[in-house]
Design a protein around this ligand. Structure first.
Ligand code: DLL
Length: 432
């Protein structure tokens, strides 16, 4: 099932023509309307006419979150504020948040792309979409909401929080699709269980989850616990919000909507473009954005580009599941550690719950990493000896995977804080 077959299955040759035409328009829009872009392009002695092929993309300068911050709040907008009908902002855990704006045209594009993403994930007009992404400055809530309305599904704008009420509403209103962060989905599953309910008491069939990294094992957990098919959706405020890329039923990568977003994978150290299939930082150029067009935006997200044809028939390339960000990488005693590697190991053991927290400390000049792991009820009630054994096994496996020594602490079920939005996995006391 497609939302817009003509665009989703466009032959690659036609797609590339369209991309080039839109790229040229975007570069012009940036050059003539955004002082920052004119300045950096002039420094490189570049003019819009220098972009004559998709390969010329490489000549353009990168844009970073810092550029958006330096031009806070509206300096990167390519239209006067009178044309802007919506303002959102990124979660911004460090420094000032970034502010993003949308024209009426941008909202139409975003709604289209979200409708496309929802259908790609398995939604249709008859679905009742229980939208538990946060409404507000975060793009998740309203992004999904507008897409669901555009599709013609029935959307419940529940937002995050009050989990018991969420479950009652899901049951009474017959929600068929759940949209929220994967960590919140897991928490909802836990509360359903606490209430003595079973997944069969609900009509849920699909979950469309994103906004934070999650692993294949976490997908399995959620699918089993909620009795649904779980789909990964990706996006970021600076590009548009949710709906930049999404999995189809094949679940073999996320189709990036290339008629609107031009992807590249670069080496984050050198900035060089990497060939398809190699892992690096995802860089995106917007092709149709009006209020906040971005040239070669450094997402900091790590992925590979999959160019092989997909059985679903969509011609847009896919990106692999985002395993981490260049800036969530922890450097522990000189070794690179991604939280996603730890999640993978924990869930492989089969005894740990997907609730964990990483505590990084510095004792003298020595970095230490302690992994707090929640274990399931039945494991925790076991004898101390067995718990010690499990702690030892997890420690060993983590050390083999990561190549550094780590501390492991098993904690009682439900002691690690649950999140209704993006989970906070790392507490780095070295920065304090
Ligand atoms: O999280 C937009 C969104 C809302 C996406 C709802 C999907 C669903 P930001 O708050 O600007 O926007 O955060 C963007 O979140 O650069 C990634 O690091 C991370 N992220 C988003 N989706 C995924 C995903 C929204 N599916 C940042 N897997 C991005 C892994 C994700 N990380």
């Amino acid at each position: 099932m497609y939302w817009n077959e003509k665009h989703e299955c466009i032959p690659r040759e036609e797609l590339e023509e369209l991309q080039l035409q839109r790229l040229k328009e975007t570069v012009e829009r940036c050059y003539f309307n955004v002082p920052h872009y004119r300045k950096v392009m002039q420094e490189l002695q570049l003019e819009p006419e220098d972009i004559q092929s998709l390969d010329d993309l490489k000549k353009l300068p990168f844009t970073t979150k810092q550029d958006l911050r330096d031009n806070y709040p509206y300096g990167m907008f390519a239209v006067p504020l009178s044309e802007v009908v919506r303002i959102h902002s990124s979660s911004g855990t460090t420094g000032k948040p970034t502010v993003v704006g949308y024209t009426r045209g941008d909202i139409t594009t975003w709604s289209e792309l979200m409708a496309r993403s929802l259908v790609c994930g398995g939604a249709g007009r008859d679905d009742v979409i229980h939208n538990a992404y946060g409404y507000g400055l975060f793009t998740g809530g309203l992004g999904v909401h507008y897409g669901a309305e555009r599709l013609g599904a029935s959307v419940i704008p529940i937002s995050g929080g009050n989990t018991k009420r969420q479950i009652m509403i899901m049951k009474d209103y017959g929600s068929t699709i759940l949209t929220c962060t994967p960590s919140y989905a897991l928490y909802i599953a836990e509360v359903i269980n606490e209430l003595g309910m079973k997944p069969e008491d609900l009509k849920l069939k699909v979950g469309i989850f994103g906004a934070e990294p999650w692993s294949e094992n976490m997908r399995k957990e959620i699918e089993e616990k909620l009795g649904i098919s779980a789909i990964d959706i990706y996006g970021l405020s600076e590009i548009i919000g949710p709906g930049v890329a999404v999995e189809c039923q094949d679940k073999s990568g996320l189709h990036i909507w290339e008629d609107h977003f031009l992807p590249e994978i670069i080496d984050p150290e050198t900035g060089e473009t990497l060939p398809p299939g190699e892992e690096g930082e995802l860089v995106i150029t917007s092709l149709t954005k009006e209020a906040l067009p971005v040239l070669r935006y450094r997402t900091r997200d790590i992925a590979r580009l999959i160019t092989e044809p997909c059985p679903c028939g969509r011609t847009a390339y896919k990106v692999t599941r985002i395993g981490g960000r260049t800036d969530d990488m922890l450097i522990i005693r000189g070794v690179n550690v991604f939280p996603s590697q730890i999640e993978h190991v924990l869930l492989e053991t089969g005894y740990a719950e997907p609730h964990y927290q990483l505590i990084v400390d510095r004792k003298g000049t020595m970095d230490t990493l302690t992994v707090m792991v929640e274990v399931s009820e039945n494991v925790f009630s076991d004898e101390v000896r067995k718990l010690e054994q499990l702690e030892y096994t997890i420690k060993n496996e983590l050390e083999t995977t990561l190549g550094i020594s780590v501390g492991v602490k098993l904690v009682e079920p439900k002691t690690i804080a649950r999140s209704e939005g993006k989970a906070k996995r790392v507490i780095d006391n070295r920065k304090a």
